[in-house]
Design a protein around this ligand. Structure first.
Ligand SMILES: [Ca+2]
Ligand SMILES: [Ca+2]
Ligand SMILES: [Ca+2]
Ligand SMILES: [Ca+2]
Length: 411
């Protein structure tokens, strides 16, 4: 891992030493303004070639030839969850979110290839579809409709081609853009941050080399931007009153370059105080966080991509459901989903379901889809290349299964 990082940066540095190439690195169109104004590729090298070589050798000489193998834990078939395959199909499966509405059990699915938001009943029949443009990626429910973040471009770019839209429940009303010209927005949260009685937004613009995290203050007709942090990698936020002073604060994950968890404490009047909570090495590839009171050991899982903590088996302790988008595909069963069932004394039993290989799980949500008092799971699949294993992708495409429901058998 360390060697690969250094090699990648080495190429970048080499480019930076060829001044004539600076232009070729900058994306054309609207993205170039962002890249140039943020000085992503400086006109002149920021260090001399000799120093750069010394830095490279420092890391290469100390990097291990191989990463130490993860501790293996046995996986058993889950006695808690049973997989339910939906009749609803999409080919290829390219789910970008899969959401269970806690109040109703309704399912909302984002599909990258068709640029569509699908609404399904709790019985998984299609109720409606809304065309949104490229890659709807996050949804929140309001009383009269849904807010959806649209990335604008699935592929990395700095172009401001994303937006947040509102899809009214009333089908006679059209979909409307709430905030436009965003740099690959991948997440939004809704809360009344300025305590004036209306809902404001916090939008993560992941971007590529640039991007940012902003609060969007609701002024009635439009939203005014208050930038919290500029830079790429804003991934996810959770709004709660983290310091118990009565004002809602923003916990945010940044996952590009400076990987860290940061809290923005709400000082009122639209100002925030930024405090670092956790910082991770830039090679970790942070992708998700959730907050719960868990005394946990480190649970090994290659390519872990998302986790939900919840007492799934209703025995009074918190279990952890996790998905991996980059599992080891030579393993059977492939560890694309694991339920870490809490067995007390900080020990966990790892479960999965027999059909775990039938999708490449990229998104997950929990909710009580059958309204019987226990929490079920939905896993969304994206048929994405597995180097050297074409048969996997072909299988997923043929299967055309955009998601699976894991029905909780506790109740
Ligand atoms: Ca407000
Ligand atoms: Ca607070
Ligand atoms: Ca439990
Ligand atoms: Ca249930």
């Amino acid at each position: 891992m360390a060697q690969r990082c250094v090699a990648t940066n080495g190429r970048l540095s080499w480019h930076l030493h060829q001044r004539s190439n600076q232009k070729s690195l900058i994306e054309e169109g609207a993205a170039s303004e962002h890249i140039i104004s943020h000085n992503v590729y400086p006109e002149r090298p920021t260090i001399d070639a000799r120093s750069w070589k010394m830095i490279v050798s420092y890391y290469v000489e100390r990097a291990p030839q191989r990463l130490p193998p993860l501790q293996k834990i046995a996986v058993a078939p889950s006695s808690i969850f049973t997989a339910v395959r939906p009749q609803f199909t999409l080919r290829p499966p390219s789910s970008t979110f899969a959401h269970i509405n806690d109040e109703t059990g309704d399912v909302t699915l984002g599909d990258a290839v068709s640029g569509t938001v699908y609404s399904l009943s709790p019985q998984l029949g299609e109720v409606r579809r809304d065309s949104t443009g490229e890659t709807p990626v996050w949804v929140t429910w309001q009383s009269d409709g849904r807010m959806v973040a649209i990335m604008g471009s699935f592929s990395p770019t700095d172009a401001p081609s994303g937006r947040v839209v509102f899809i009214p429940l009333d089908r006679s009303k059209p979909l409307r853009t709430i905030i436009g010209a965003l740099q690959r927005p991948i997440h939004h949260s809704v809360a009344d941050l300025d305590s004036d009685g209306d809902m404001d937004l916090v939008v993560c613009e992941f971007g590529k080399w640039t991007g940012g995290l902003s609060m969007w203050r609701n002024n009635g007709a439009t939203y005014d931007r208050i930038e919290l942090r500029s830079g790429p990698g804003a991934t996810r936020t959770e709004i709660r009153d983290w310091n118990n002073d009565g004002r809602p604060d923003i916990l945010a994950l940044f996952a590009q370059g400076n990987e860290e968890l940061v809290v923005f404490l709400n000082m009122g009047t639209g100002t925030f105080e930024e405090q670092n909570i956790l910082r991770f090495p830039p090679s970790w590839g942070s992708s998700f966080f959730t907050v719960d009171d868990v005394d946990s050991e480190f649970l090994p899982m290659h390519g872990a991509y998302g986790a939900i903590s919840c007492d799934f088996d209703l025995d009074g302790d918190i279990d952890i459901a996790a998905i991996s988008f980059f599992p080891d595909y030579s393993e059977v069963p492939v560890r694309g989903f694991m339920l870490f069932e809490n067995t007390g004394n900080r020990t966990y039993r790892a479960n999965t379901f027999p059909e775990v290989g039938s999708g490449r799980w990229i998104v997950m949500d929990s909710g009580d889809i059958d309204r019987n008092g226990d929490r079920d799971l939905i896993l969304g699949s994206l048929a994405f290349e597995v180097p050297g294993k074409d048969n996997f992708v072909q299988g997923w495409v043929k299967n055309a299964m955009p998601f699976v429901i894991l029905e909780n058998r506790t109740k």
